[in-house]
Design a protein. Sequence first.
Length: 134
Amino acid sequence: MQHYIAFVHGEPGAYGISFPDFPGCISAGGTVEEAVSQGIEALHLHLEGMVEDGTPVPAPSAVEAIRANPEFAEELDGAVVTLVPVVTPAGKPLRINVSLDEALVAQIDKAAELAGVTRSGFLADAARRALRVA
């Protein structure tokens, strides 16, 4: 799992989040926590798009390098700097064998069907969500 730098700025009721390693990838929320949560989702979607387009995903910048870069001086002013955990999508499926309780598999299959996705897709999405908050 990698961690990318995020800038959170704003005031109560209106917070924004941006990622210096991914210009244009921004989000917002009414609270700092909501902005970070929405930012994680935005960054994940941004990374998925990069992988689908064949665009290389940059390695995370070091906090010290961002702080020393005059290009980010304005964004850093008054911002909270945080690290956001990301599992970079690899774009290549890998078949695995797992053992789950039969009743749980039935519930997963029903939920996947309702969501219009496969069992694998459902489990992958659930794992991504769990890893984003870890």
